[in-house]
Design a binder for this molecule. Structure first.
Ligand SMILES: [Zn+2]
Length: 200
């Protein structure tokens, strides 16, 4: 299974501008390439005529996607801060025994999101707060590395998704826009977005 891609024109769900979208699609072939929409695939590309593949691309242009990513990161911390404010959550540094205040947590969120350039990984999931802190949520300790039933993580995802919707952004599960990539009888590649708000 490989994941070639085809570039086409698409409309950004946030700002409404057209942009050059990269639609990744899944094929059983071993051939990998970037194509342009309408391009004729080669005989050796292992993409037979009259076939259709499942794919997806970002529903946001590059600028809006970066804004979405920064906003999403900020909101992870914002929700944690609200939970601290309401007494549902406490995050205590193992070394000093000092608890993070809601303001500390918001500061971390602003800092993380301001540094974000669309690469790497948010440190919320790699080093903070699990590894350095003791996390107690709804009176129960959240074990290092996450709880077996994932309730804390699920509640966090759910509140972040709701807040994103409130701000007219989609959740992390919806940021990819589903697409169909088809090869016609003349071996040309075409893209149809499943939500039908346009393509190449
Ligand atoms: Zn945009």
């Amino acid at each position: 299974m490989t994941c070639p891609s085809v570039f086409c024109r698409a409309r950004c769900d946030r700002c409404g501008r057209f942009f050059r979208a990269q639609v990744d699609f899944y094929t059983p072939s071993s051939f990998f390439r970037h194509y342009r929409v309408g391009e004729r695939v080669g005989e050796l590309d292992e993409l037979p005529p009259n076939t259709t593949y499942t794919g997806q691309s970002s529903r946001y242009c590059g600028r809006c996607l970066l804004m979405w990513e920064r906003e999403e990161i900020r909101l992870w911390y914002e929700i944690l801060a609200r939970w601290v404010d309401s007494g549902r959550l406490s995050i205590v540094r193992r070394t000093s025994g000092e608890a993070f205040s809601a303001a500390d947590i918001r500061y971390n969120g602003e800092w993380e999101s301001s540094l974000w350039r669309g690469r790497g990984e948010c440190t919320l999931f790699t080093s903070w707060p699990d590894s350095e802190c003791e996390v107690t949520w709804l009176g129960q300790m959240v074990p290092r590395g996450g709880e077996p039933d994932g309730r804390f993580r699920d509640a966090l995802y759910s509140d972040v998704a709701e807040e994103l919707r409130h701000l007219r952004w989609v959740s992390v599960l919806e940021v990819d826009r589903p697409a169909k990539v088809s090869v016609d009888g003349d071996l040309r590649l075409w893209v149809t977005f499943v939500s039908s708000d346009l393509t190449g």
